[in-house]
Design a protein around this ligand. Structure first.
Ligand SMILES: C[S@@+](CC[C@H](N)C(=O)[O-])C[C@H]1O[C@@H](n2cnc3c(N)ncnc32)[C@H](O)[C@@H]1O
Length: 262
């Protein structure tokens, strides 16, 4: 456990919440948008249930879910949604559900090669998360979760590293997803959720590739980019996004969620 996490485990939840909100005290409009989304999602029965029955790192109060809600409810017309990094499909199925709830008809795509980070050492000295058996288990569980929980908005899932996904997206044309459905690639994206490999090199490349296809008014959310988080690479990437001057921060709860200006 890192020392920041150790301290956090002693702090009453109200202070954790206040500290999180403090991330947007310089941005009252963003704070207001965050609260609007949170009112809709934090006590939603299906989101709560999905977070309980699916492995992953989200809870109904996660700022990421409020960002999904904000982006989907304001998605620029005729654009698609892309998730980079799906794991077992928790975030994937929450996005599918919110698309249903918000009557969003965009195409929804997800890409994951099911190659996990930080697996050099066995977890707890016991479990090898880099084994082919575990990779197969995660992929098959993702597919089963999509079938059972994704409803009519189930993602067009691809077993691809994000770099390869973007190459194919740029080529445009017909592709067959992991559920054996044919779908057309190409065109503008209105929301990209970046939650794949968290190194600076890869998260930056995921941003640069997303930027090529994101339309003005579109959204991008970086998982694990919180100021106090453990992924220095993602923090560097979001600083570079700010430096472009072409993105405005919608909110930071605690991860950075941007809207493209131009
Ligand atoms: C933190 S998990 C994703 C969790 C998921 N978004 C959720 O919230 O339920 C990260 C995932 O990124 C995937 N990944 C690693 N490198 C990737 C890459 N280059 N492109 C896309 N996904 C990648 C891993 O296989 C892993 O499943």
């Amino acid at each position: 456990m890192r020392w920041q996490d150790a301290i956090r485990s002693f702090v009453p939840p109200i202070f954790v919440e206040l500290n999180r909100l403090a991330g947007d005290f310089d941005n009252p409009v963003g704070l207001w948008h965050y609260w609007q989304a949170r009112r809709k999602c934090a006590h939603d029965a299906y989101i709560t249930w999905l977070c309980q029955v699916t492995g992953g790192w989200l809870s109904p109060k996660s700022g990421n879910i409020q960002a999904f809600y904000h982006a989907i409810s304001r998605l620029p017309p005729s654009t698609g949604i892309l998730e980079v990094g799906s794991f077992l499909g928790l975030s994937t199925n929450i996005i599918s559900y919110l698309m249903h709830k918000l009557s969003c008809d965009a195409g929804f795509f997800s890409s994951d090669p099911w190659i996990f980070e930080s697996t050099e050492e066995p977890i707890g000295g016991f479990f090898d998360a880099a084994s082919p058996d575990y990779r197969r288990y995660v992929k098959e569980t993702f597919l089963a979760n999509g079938r059972i929980y994704g409803g009519t908005k189930r993602s067009h899932a691809f077993e691809l590293a994000s770099d390869d996904f973007f190459v194919r997206w740029g080529e445009a044309g017909e592709q067959v997803d992991l559920y054996e459905r044919s779908v057309r690639f190409g065109g503008g994206l209105g929301f990209v959720y970046i939650d794949g490999n968290h190194t600076h090199e890869q998260s930056r490349r995921d941003f640069e590739n997303s930027d090529r296809f994101l339309v003005p008014g579109g959204f991008v959310l970086f998982d694990d980019s919180a100021d106090a988080g453990q992924h220095e690479g993602c923090r560097r990437t979001v600083a570079e996004v700010v430096a472009t001057g072409r993105y405005r921060r919608v909110f930071r709860q605690p991860n950075y969620f941007f809207q493209k200006l131009r």
